[in-house]
Design a binder for this molecule. Structure first.
Ligand code: EPZ
Length: 417
């Protein structure tokens, strides 16, 4: 896997465009399976997870190609309903193809998505909902075989947890189902709204996205559309973190302020100034950061679990003690140990991490172990004195498009080796 070499201590200044949202692009790419004609997805980020999704689409018999920052997908030629283990293992969130393939062909066979760096990733909520919509699902030897020979039927689904992936799978299964599906306690993430906007533009009838109850009236068929993918709020939070730790000032172009409503106040608490004007967000860091308020990760609109790791790098340099509670995933503090190799003072107890801020971090050799952990280590390295080598950059490239180029354009001394 490639590595980053960072010489820290450079203040970041300048303006960057925020990339399209990975967690919006992935479910929308799955949703193209349900449409007839050629979809054009603008502002689609160039990521290894997006590449993996396109490989799956091609395997299924669809056409999927890049044209600049757009991705073109045509699924008229879909002839396959199985995703091989090799492709499933490349990306855990491939499970979101299940609902779409089942809805389009009445059959789907894919391997159980393995656990990932964040811990076991159960899909019980996905399967319970699809069974309630009439799918016959057999789980054997790590393979899921799903049938809906008489098509899927609308149903009332109560989610015990507002799972993002389960909400997406239910929506994808429901848009062509017979009758109405109601999702109670649906996930409210902006990426769910973007998926529903894409599907409604294609002719679906989805109401209430972004609220806790989503109603979907099944329709006969969906037609390809051109769609702009929303900006990535987690990449925005990561770039804000890089300004905060380097005492810099950066402007992010094309952010949606409401998507950062639980993140902006945290930066302001540390003493950063945050100004938003016409879709541009400028963050100006103070000379010394103050400790953060208690950070508890929650489903949207609460504080996003994906921003926990980058913000922990910021907390490492705040004056005072910051506390993080990770409520969403059970193993999402692996970056803490690596941050400590840079001189951070962090004490992890179960789902709580206590960070005692230090004045200076020092360059070292560290290893990323998951996507947002990689972002955390790069953020800390930008501030650390001296040289930091970061391994495991392949994780970063799953979710950050040309990140070393973006950071270099802001004045960082970072190169990929
Ligand atoms: C999506 O994952 C995102 N991934 C994650 O982003 C994000 O962290 C997560 O939502 C929460 O916001 C994509 O959108 C591709 P969940 P997902 O289902 O759908 C448990 C990143 O860094 N659960 O809301 O897997 C589950 O174990 C990635 O970009 C069940 O128990 O999230 C987890 O603890 C990481 N049973 C919690 O719910 C289920 O059937 C949240 O999972 C499903 C989930």
């Amino acid at each position: 896997m490639s590595r980053f070499v960072v010489n820290g201590g450079k203040k970041l200044f300048g303006e960057v465009e925020v990339q399209g949202a990975k967690n919006s692009a992935l479910p929308i790419l799955s949703a193209t399976v349900l449409t007839r004609g050629e979809n054009i997805l603008f502002n689609c980020p160039s990521l290894t997870d997006v590449d993996a999704c396109m490989r799956i689409l091609r395997y299924l018999g669809c056409e999927a190609k890049k044209q600049g920052s757009a991705v073109l997908v045509k699924c008229d030629g879909l002839r396959e309903s199985e995703i091989p283990d090799s492709l499933m293992r490349e990306m855990r969130s491939s499970i979101v193809f299940l609902g779409a393939i089942l809805a389009r062909t009445g059959y789907a066979k894919l391997s159980f998505p393995g656990g990932c760096e964040l811990g076991p990733r159960p899909i019980d909520l996905h399967l319970k909902a699809l069974r309630k919509m009439g799918a016959d699902i057999c789980e054997r030897h790590g393979v899921l075989e799903c049938k809906a020979e008489n098509g899927l039927k609308g149903a009332k689904i109560d989610l015990s947890f507002p799972s993002v992936g389960a909400t997406e799978n239910i929506i994808l299964a429901a848009v062509l189902a017979e009758g109405t599906t109601t999702i109670i306690n649906a996930a409210r993430e902006p990426e769910i709204c973007d998926l529903c906007d894409f599907l409604n533009e294609a002719g679906a009838k989805i109401y209430g996205s972004g609220e806790g109850v989503i109603v979907i009236d099944g329709v006969e068929e969906l037609f390809a559309v051109s769609h702009n993918i929303i900006p990535d709020r987690i990449v925005a939070a990561t770039l804000m973190s890089s300004a905060a730790v380097t005492k810099g000032e950066i402007t992010l172009r094309g952010v949606i302020q409401s998507h950062l409503s639980s993140v902006i106040p945290v930066f302001e608490e540390t003493g950063c100034k945050v100004k938003v004007k016409d879709g541009d967000l400028t963050v100006t860091a103070p000379d010394r950061l103050r400790a953060m308020p208690l950070i508890r990760t929650m489903p949207y609109p609460g504080f996003p679990t994906d921003a926990q790791a980058p913000l922990m790098a910021v907390a490492s340099l705040c004056r005072g003690t910051s506390v993080f509670v990770e409520n969403i995933f059970e193993n999402r503090f692996k970056h803490a140990g690596e941050l400590m190799r840079l001189g951070a003072d962090i004490n992890v107890q179960g789902k709580v991490a206590v960070v005692n801020g230090v004045k200076t971090l020092y360059g070292a050799s560290v290893e990323a172990q998951d996507l947002r952990g990689a972002a955390s280590l790069i953020t800390a390295a930008l501030a650390a004195e001296g040289k930091t080598e970061i391994g495991g950059i392949g994780y970063l490239e799953r979710g950050y498009d040309s990140f070393e180029i973006t950071l270099s354009s802001l004045g960082a001394d970072v190169r990929k080796v």
